[in-house]
Design a protein around this ligand. Sequence first.
Ligand code: PLP
Length: 398
Amino acid sequence: MSYQPGRHFLQIPGPTNVPDRILRAIDNPTIDHRSADAAGLARFCLDGMKTVFKTRGEVVIFPASGTGAWEAALVNTLSPGDKAVAFDTGHFASLWSKMAANLGLEVDLIPGDWRRGVNLAALGARLEDDRQHEIKAVMVVHNETSTGVKNNIAAVRKAMDAAHHPALLLVDTISSLASMDYRHDEWGVDVTVAGSQKGLMLPPGLSFNAIGERAIAASKTSLLPKSYWRWDEMLEINRKGYFPYTPSTNLLYGLREALRMLLEDEGLDAVFERHDRHAEATRRAVAAWGLEVFALDPAGYSSSLTAVLLPAGSNEADLREVILRNFNMSLGSGLSKVAGKVFRIGHLGNFNDLMLAGTLCGVEMGLELAGVPHRKGGVSAALDYLTAQAVAVSGAHR
Ligand code: PLP
């Protein structure tokens, strides 16, 4: 594409815009990963990530994309032939279940229509029927990035407890952590999986497991082959701030800066409130355009992205291409089952009201240019909401 001045709008639901502060932190000389400075950096990051996951348990950091941390969660806790329950709630949920099958697990994939969250009644029935406790894990994606549907993890835990079932609860928070409220310990999660390139505002390249006590216990007997992903060797050497192999030192500089921004400068509650507000403003724009939010249940609305269903006869790939060419903005594509039908607006990470306003302007102009049937006024509806929220916070019109 020819040169386009100004800043590219990266409004896919991750990777997200990396703040200049973080880019500058990454742009430090690489240090000796066996030095005392590196150990201090690693300990700061590991402790900070515990706060982000809301856990008193263990956290490990892999130099890998989120898919690596998916694999680590499975290979450290399970054995060949173990049964796992997963849910066909979207592209990423189905990819994770495919990985489990590739690794030699027997996956029971509970069907779904992708517009709603996990089927808790079906989960409860599966667990009640499993009197021999052959099911060893339940795998859930907290925020399905392909559909913009959030799952209620506390409710999943409740269904498992109601069935008195000992399966481990494994949760993917790759597009929710540090954007949407998440509580590893309080919600009784055994392993949480996360990645660096979304709410944590970093480039891709780091991924995480938060590990509860029951998962640590399971890792002592788990027989799936593992080496790079082994928790035991990682945890032992992490205690001193080191890694069993070369860590991504410069991404850890970036992570330290991200943790300062999230935990010290803004505060997690304010971060979540900001994401909720931008998601609501986006949904108001979608409604005013006369388009449909793909998620059907308001309790399942994602705060990190909004997936929008286009009317029959319009194609999301054409719309996104027009927007990229004319306005230098990338939006999320429709993935697998919803390709062509759904586009996704990412509003997570380092993001503010005016960035959202610019994003929605680009979408509204693109709808017009691409000939997608819609009404005007989406941007105005979003701005009215953002203005009212600002008035509510500052007390009065000034
Ligand atoms: N899970 C979810 C919910 C995701 O959104 C993604 C990527 O977007 C992944 C897993 C895969 O992560 P990665 O592409 O970093 O390997």
